[in-house]
Design a protein around this ligand. Sequence first.
Ligand code: SF4
Ligand code: SF4
Length: 344
Amino acid sequence: MKKIALSKLNELFAAIAKDTELHLPVNFKGETVFKKWTEGDNYAKDSLKTVKSPKDLFFPQNENISNFRKEGNKFIIDPVELPKSGIVVFGVRGCDEQSFRVLDNVFLAEPVDTFYEARRKNSVIITAACTKPSESCFCKTFGIDPTDPAGDVTTWIVDDNMFFAVKTEKGEAFLAKYADIFTEAEEDDTYRVENVKYLANQIFAKLPLADLTTEGWGGDKTDEKFDDPKWQDLSTACLGCGTCTFVCPTCQCYDIRDYNTGNQIQRSRCWDSCMYKDFTMCAHGTARPTQKERYRQRFMHKLVYYPANNDGMFSCVGCGRCVDKCPVQTNIVKVIKAFGGDKK
Ligand code: SF4
Ligand code: SF4
């Protein structure tokens, strides 16, 4: 394990930013957001959740994917250059780290999404262990260890130092590149990190959602759950605002639109939401005409359809953002509990 004094973090960030784009959580107008680091930015080390997850870095909210224009009788396609690869994302929490793997299963499966692949390829993910979770956190329900998250390198803060443990070859190469800035951790330090993990786990065990379980959910539950009358009650309050999908690190639906700029057509894709009534609108209308059907789709996808196609992996990571942000307090936790997924 390596370590660095917190006072030297900006030196590390400056060294990384010389080589590649570095993104990390910073405080901005009272919120915490992921931002490309530039000199003067301070890592928001004490904040837990960014408003939007870092999924934007690999799957931006809006992106131009192609341009075309007419020349005489011909259509000319002007391909858009693929985005840069190899960014470093620092300070990713365990839930958001797992969300990258959920997205990988979608965007890196055949046919590969070349834009996503270009951004994701060679990216280095440095995770931050959680020590002060919020009441809406329930990542452990999905098998995530927030006190020792995955990633290429994992970090812990103990007193005035940050500790770095390598998890992958990429992580090893990353630490080797900046070896001059780190010092080797001592045996005592290992105990101190273990103690921080132990104390954090005590807090996690007492969270209101500590007993939430996915029991009763999974890829084989379509027939059992689809026509359950509970969906009507659960969805009655839903406004169809789409907030839950926009803050969700694993939601991956998008729309494609063409804009006439006057001298060419610009084709863009932007995030969409299965909670909207015009989502996947076809000439004959929409496949899900009621909010109950749209609401059911969102949660059945997270807890049944996605696991059915991805070896049992759920596409919720328990970040709790939808719990915090839904204006009418209806969310995935209520759905899980309504079907009995609460051990209490
Ligand atoms: S569940 Fe809540 S956040 Fe999501 S669309 Fe409905 S009202 Fe909006
Ligand atoms: S469904 Fe809610 S808790 Fe689950 S990953 Fe999405 S925003 Fe987080």
